[in-house]
Structures are given as structure tokens and as C-alpha cells.
Design a binder for this molecule. Structure first.
Ligand SMILES: Cc1ncc(COP(=O)(O)O)c(C=O)c1O
Length: 377
């Protein structure tokens, strides 16, 4: 079955008794046992719930992994993944990543003895020099949030496999529709499902998909032990959103490409960061490992005074934190999503007071351009 069809058919035949096309919401905390020592396969919703399971199995299928897990947010998913590691372990984190991920490493897991180094994972040399004897994992985003840097997943996976290091990929920006890191050698894929997977700016959720059952079983244990789960109702919303993932991603991609080219020719735009542009340094690698560029564009204006003007002038595009929903949103990373990254690192990366991140929605692209045009005047 083609990926497009797999997406639409998530949950089909999940309720054999009634034949319901839409997955039922099993709003139950507990399940009755037929007899002592017997189970229907479901005992208690923290461990397993039929609605959540449809979402989890669906994502595992799309990412081509062994097991899928649904959490209450993307950060909850990342937390469960980092719980795989022990005091004394070291993890390499891509230098340009979502600010909340950096905060999780630098302000939470550091207190539990898990050290980390940041490295420019788009450079093999920089990764090699960051590897230590106790390095247990490399955690990347590609494209990165917000600078849209590209890491070669297959090459990094080969480095990791040789050294027994796990490769974790945050695949939020592209989703399995455009990029499937496990097929390229990654061990764990995670998502802020809040974004493109759910797609409608109406729920928070996180996803983990593992390459192998052995890691899957560890995540299952962590999820059940910590109670970090997606509710049945939110699982249903996720399934509902997922059904149109293919259509939405195509439209996000098509719109973003047009808008990136348009922005690139505007007088007050200093630089456009989008892997679909010819001058993007990671374009070749990106095209090798992904079938689309997604809907996120970051751009730097030529004067920081323009930033507050743009943010208060946009009417159609909403000035809000988040991305990946059907509505276009604009964000100021240095003051919003990336404030927890030290200023020195932010500036080195280009996350300055001139940088804006646009999450291109699925509206008519001319309306998005018209809004940007009047805001840039
Ligand atoms: C790339 C990426 N990963 C993880 C997260 C965290 O996800 P959530 O907000 O669902 O906790 C975000 C949030 O913006 C993100 O952009």
C-alpha cells in the first residue's frame, strides 16, 4: 500500500465488532478481565488504550519502525527518550534545535547526571570531535528549528552504528510523509505531534517511534511507569488530523516554496533560510533524504526595527508560537521559542533580533504574500 493510502487507512478495521470507519474513543480508565489471569489485551489505560494504540501503530507504520508511542506533548516524548540514559552518559545535541529541547538537556537532565555537548551536526568533523568515550546518543533535527540546517542522516547513522551510539531524530518539521529517518538508519524518531501530524493547532501531543523492539520495550516501560500518555480523546483528534497529512504536507510544501522565492526577492529581506532554495547549503543532502521541504521558512530582515512592525502589522498571518497547523503563523524565535538557548549560541547560529520564522499554512499563497507585502512596506 502506498504511503498516501496508509495514512488515510489508519484505524480502518480497528473496531471489528461494529465496523466503525472512524476509530471509537475508548474513554475508559480500566478494562474488565474475563477471568483471573486472563485479559482482553487491555487492562488499564495508562498501559494501553485502544484509541491511543491506533494512533501509535499508525505512526509506527508510517515511520517504518517497530513500535509507536503517543505522549501528552513533544517535550513529554523527548523526556521519555532521554530517560533511556543513565548518570554518566553523554549525548550530543544538534546546536540549532528547538529551545525547549535545549532547556530539557541543560536544565533538567543535567541534574540527573546526563551530560551533553552541542555540535554542528551538519558537519561530520564537528560531530567526530564531540564524540566522547561515554557518548551514548546523538540527538538531531533536520531541518533544524529555526535555521533550517541539514544533517546527513544516513552518514551520521553509519558513524553512530560503528560506535554503538544511538541516533535520535526529531522529525517534526517534515513528518514521515517527506522524510523517514529510520529507513536511513536512525534508532529513534520523535515528533512534536502538536505540529504537522495533528495539523490543526488544536491539541498538544508527542510521538516516539523506535527502530527495534528492544528499545521499544524500554520506552513502553518508561511510558507506563511515568504515566506520560496521550488521552483517548486527544488520540482521536490526532488520528482525525493524520488522515489528511498527505494533502496538507503537499500544500504546505507548495505554498512555502512560492513564498520562499518571493521573500528572497524582497528589498528588506537579508536572507531566507529554506532548503528548497538553490543557495541553501544543505539542499543536495536534503533532496537525497527527503521528498519535500515542508512549510517552515525562516528569514532575516535588514533592520531589527522591522521585526516589531511586521509582527504588529500582519493581519492574515497570526503572530503566535507554534507551527505546522493549517493556519499560517509567524514567530520571533529569539524572544519566543528559543529564549532558553544562551544568547551567545543563538547569535552564532543567526537567531538574532532580525530573524523571524514563518509557518506557512494551507491557505491561498497569494493571501499570505499580500499580508507579508503590506507588513513589509
Ligand atoms: C522541533 C520541535 N520539537 C519539539 C517541540 C516540542 O513540542 P511540544 O510543543 O508539542 O511539546 C517543538 C515545539 O515547538 C518543536 O518545534
Amino acid at each position: 500500500m502506498d504511503l498516501e493510502s496508509k495514512i488515510v487507512h489508519i484505524g480502518i478495521n480497528s473496531d471489528e465488532k461494529t465496523g466503525a470507519i472512524s476509530t471509537p474513543i475508548y474513554n475508559t480508565a480500566s478494562f474488565a478481565h474475563p477471568a483471573l489471569g486472563k485479559s482482553t489485551g487491555f487492562d488499564y489505560t495508562r498501559s494501553k488504550n485502544p484509541t491511543r494504540q491506533v494512533a501509535e501503530d499508525g505512526l509506527a507504520l508510517l515511520e517504518n519502525g517497530s513500535d509507536g508511542f503517543a505522549f501528552s506533548s513533544g517535550m513529554a516524548a523527548a523526556t521519555a527518550v532521554l530517560m533511556l540514559y543513565k548518570p554518566g552518559d553523554h549525548i550530543i545535541l544538534t546546536d540549532d534545535c528547538y529551545g525547549g529541547t535545549y532547556r530539557l538537556f541543560s536544565q533538567i537532565f543535567i541534574n540527573y547526571g546526563i551530560s551533553f555537548s552541542i555540535a554542528d551536526t551538519s558537519s561530520q568533523q564537528s560531530v567526530m570531535s564531540a564524540i566522547k568515550e561515554n557518548t551514548k546518543a546523538i540527538f538531531i533535527e533536520t531541518p533544524t528549528n529555526p535555521m533550517m540546517k541539514i544533517t546527513d542522516i544516513a552518514s551520521l547513522a553509519a558513524i553512530c552504528q560503528k560506535r554503538g551510539i544511538q541516533l535520535i531524530v526529531d522529525n517534526t518539521f517534515l513528518t514521515p510523509y517527506f522524510q523517514r529517518p529510520i529507513e536511513l538508519g536512525a534508532d529513534i524518531v520523535l515528533h512534536s505531534g502538536t505540529k504537522y501530524l495533528a495539523g490543526h493547532n488544536d491539541l498538544l501531543c508527542g510521538i516516539v517511534v523506535t527502530r527495534e523492539k528492544t528499545i521499544g520495550e524500554k520506552i513502553r516501560f518508561i511510558q507506563n511507569a511515568t504515566g506520560n500518555i496521550l488521552s483517548p480523546s486527544d488520540s482521536w483528534l490526532l488520528i482525525r488530523g493524520l488522515k489528511t497529512l498527505g494533502l496538507r504536507m503537499e500544500k504546505h510544501n507548495e505554498n512555502a516554496k512560492k513564498i520562499a522565492y518571493w521573500l528572497n526577492g524582497q528589498p528588506h529581506i537579508e536572507h531566507v533560510y529554506y532548503p528548497g532554495l538553490e543557495d541553501h547549503p544543505g539542499r543536495e543532502i536534503h533532496n537525497k533524504q527527503a521528498s519535500g521541504c515542508g512549510g517552515i521558512i525562516s528569514f532575516a530582515v535588514d533592520n531589527p526595527d522591522l521585526v516589531p512592525r511586521i509582527l504588529s502589522s500582519v493581519k492574515f498571518i497570526q503572530f503566535a508560537e507554534s507551527l505546522g497547523g493549517v493556519e499560517s503563523l509567524i514567530t520571533f524565535p529569539s524572544c519566543q521559542t528559543h529564549t532558553d538557548i544562551p544568547e551567545e549560541i543563538r547569535h552564532k547560529l543567526g537567531i538574532t533580533d532580525k530573524l523571524l520564522r514563518l509557518s506557512v499554512g494551507i491557505e491561498n499563497y497569494q493571501d499570505i504574500i499580500s499580508d507579508l507585502e503590506q507588513a513589509l512596506e
